[in-house]
Design a protein around this ligand. Structure first.
Ligand SMILES: Cc1ncc(C[n+]2csc(CCOP(=O)(O)OP(=O)(O)O)c2C)c(N)n1
Ligand code: SF4
Ligand SMILES: [Mg+2]
Length: 310
């Protein structure tokens, strides 16, 4: 049964500029976890640094606000220690695709069962509007002294190449549709990406609400036959050209929806379960570290064994 999304509100004052796309994303995440009936005690939201990173203050859960670019490794650690938690890693385009891009790639190889949510405004909002990794070349937003000389990175294509098994894109002001994408991403078993186009009315005066709304369309609305489900390697090879065509589409038309959902790969937790006895029932986060005040492991012995001998 669904919960009331107000259960996920915290008393913290929401500190974003008026009209910021982050409000829509926050509302979509709160509604998604409410509709999936996820107990706030079983929810962990982890964010890096940026305007988007503030989201962890506003959603009730066992959350962490970590250093810039490191939401994914922190989320991986939490998920592997406590596979029963629903874990969301949240960050901006700078956080996830600039300073944290190595983690963005590596988590795909592992297929850890977490959901990565990128608030993409194509600028470094918190530090006053520098060019972000998804800002197209030659675009000059208002805080830049000249046009951007870097090409833009394609987060969907990067996620696909890195091994993510669920890839979707939403739009911040479409709260209901984005909520549905987040729900599907959370329910998917494996690393999922929800890339969200997020207007920043304060610093991105080019990719505005109007700019996006002239371009976006939903894959499923345009083509009711659209089917992103992949069930085997052979199926993948067959569907790859159609999926790739949509993953790279960007310009006058920008597709939204689920691009790819591969259910044929095992998760990192399943792989660990094959080599660690009782991993699922008795994961590291539930094992005792001391009995009667006596630590089960002597850290000094571990240090000597693991560090001093190497
Ligand atoms: C190690 C480190 N380098 C640089 C910074 C400065 N810094 C803070 S937020 C940020 C970028 C924010 O951009 P983005 O991740 O896109 O988030 P947004 O504010 O746009 O939501 C930078 C460079 C920092 N906090 N830590
Ligand atoms: S600077 Fe941009 S991204 Fe940051 S809160 Fe303001 S509108 Fe939102
Ligand atoms: Mg940004």
């Amino acid at each position: 049964m669904a919960r009331n999304w107000l259960e996920y509100k915290t008393p913290a004052w929401v500190q974003w500029c008026p009209g910021c796309g982050n409000y829509g994303i926050l509302a979509a995440v709160q509604r998604a976890v409410a509709e999936l009936d996820i107990d706030p005690k079983k929810l962990t939201v982890i964010s890096g640094i940026g305007c988007s990173g503030r989201e962890t203050y506003y959603i009730k859960g066992s959350n962490m606000h970590v250093v810039h670019g490191r939401a994914i490794p922190a989320a991986t650690g939490v998920k592997l220690a406590r596979p029963d938690q629903t874990v969301l890693a949240i960050g901006g385009d700078g956080d996830m695709l600039g300073i944290g891009v190595e983690h963005f790639v590596s988590v795909g190889r592992r297929n850890v069962n977490i959901t990565v949510i990128v608030h993409d405004n194509s600028v470094y909002g918190l530090t006053k509007g520098q060019a972000g990794p998804t800002l197209p070349a030659w675009v000059q937003t208002k805080a830049l002294p000249g046009p951007n000389l870097h090409d833009n990175l394609n987060p969907l294509l990067l996620a696909f190449a890195s091994g993510y098994t669920f890839i979707a894109r939403g739009y911040a002001y479409h709260v209901d549709q984005t909520k549905e994408l987040i729900k599907q991403a959370i329910e998917h078993k494996g690393t999922s990406l929800v890339h969200i186009l997020q207007p920043c009315p304060t610093y991105n005066n080019i990719m505005t609400k109007q700019w996006y709304e002239q371009r976006i369309y939903y894959l499923q609305e345009e083509n009711p036959e659209w089917n992103p489900l992949v069930t085997s390697q052979q199926d993948l090879l067959q569907k790859m050209p159609t999926i790739l065509e949509k993953l790279v589409e960007w310009g006058d038309r920008i597709p939204l929806g689920v691009f790819y959902r591969n259910i044929s790969k095992d998760t990192f937790e399943e792989r660990l379960g094959k080599i660690i006895l009782n991993y699922q029932e008795y994961p590291p986060g539930k094992r005792p570290i001391a009995i009667d005040g006596k630590p089960l492991v002597n850290p000094w012995e571990v240090f000597k064994e693991k560090v001093m001998q190497t």
